[in-house]
Write a protein that binds this ligand. Structure first.
Ligand code: ADP
Ligand code: ADP
Length: 229
């Protein structure tokens, strides 16, 4: 399950300023749709509507045919996982950080999630600033490393629907590659909405939607969009 559908969705925060203007798209269960477009286009607003931080002004959003307004908040939270750009880590091991909030998770499951998210290399290491009896042993994690920890958490949680908010900051190509591998892994067989800032990161998406000023300007697969320029 987990098919997501936006049907002619309009939305405004302030009545005199429409943000989304009749946006329709569908993410079939297990598929990946990427939303790209300039800053301010309304991309994050789409993810906020999906989490029901706000309700649509017009149109509807459904999950497996059920209107979001009829879905229990709790069930929504269990069904939708978010990989944010910025992740807060606790002053503890990465294993602890990945397993946080999952007391039932087996150590082996956590280790496997870490492997899939490409964080095995620093699995026993500590976030920056961690104080131990032997003094500061913190390993400073980069934004990209933190994002992979967030990905590992999400793999462990295994929600049927994922919202990935890709980093806006310029990452070096090696880091970007590692994150891409981790994201590909976590979105495998899950309904996924990627909020992307660069076309280059969503080559494999089943559909790419180009959003501009709250409207869909074009849509297609990566190669189609490149052709159109
Ligand atoms: P994107 O993710 O594409 O950069 P957003 O969805 O974050 O775009 O924002 C779309 C527009 O909505 C922007 O013009 C932004 O300033 C405006 N906006 C975002 N959040 C709010 C809010 N809470 N109240 C009023 N306007 C908002
Ligand atoms: P859980 O139900 O997994 O114990 P929460 O209820 O805190 O944890 O969060 C449920 C889901 O909603 C998680 O996938 C989380 O990432 C997402 N979520 C919670 N708060 C936000 C937020 N402010 N922005 C985006 N996603 C959020």
């Amino acid at each position: 399950g987990g098919a997501v559908r936006f049907d002619n969705v309009s939305f405004h925060y302030d009545a005199d300023r429409p943000i989304l203007k009749g946006v329709s798209f569908e993410v079939p269960a297990g598929k990946t749709v990427a939303i790209v477009g300039p800053s301010g286009a309304g991309k994050s607003t789409i993810s906020r509507l999906l989490f029901r931080f706000y309700d649509v002004t017009d149109g509807s959003i459904t999950i497996d045919g059920q209107d979001l307004r009829d879905v229990q908040q709790q069930s929504l939270r269990h069904n939708i996982g978010m990989v944010p750009q910025d992740t807060v880590l606790f002053n503890d091991t990465l294993l602890y950080n990945i397993g946080y909030g999952r007391p039932d998770a087996e150590q082996s499951e956590i280790v496997e999630a870490a492997r899939l998210a490409q964080v095995s290399d620093f699995i026993a290491s500590l976030p920056a600033g961690f104080q131990t009896e032997v003094g500061e042993r913190g390993l400073k994690l980069s934004g990209g490393e933190k994002q992979r920890v967030a990905i590992a958490r999400t793999i462990l949680k295994a929600p049927p629907i994922l919202v990935l908010d890709e980093a806006t900051s310029a990452l070096d190509s090696h880091t970007e590659q590692e994150i891409q591998t981790a994201l590909d892994e976590v979105s495998q067989n899950r309904t996924t909405v990627v909020i992307a800032h660069r076309l280059s990161t969503v080559i494999g998406a089943d559909e790419i939607i180009v959003l501009e000023a709250g409207k869909i300007r074009e849509r297609g697969r990566h190669a189609d969009l490149l052709e159109q320029g």
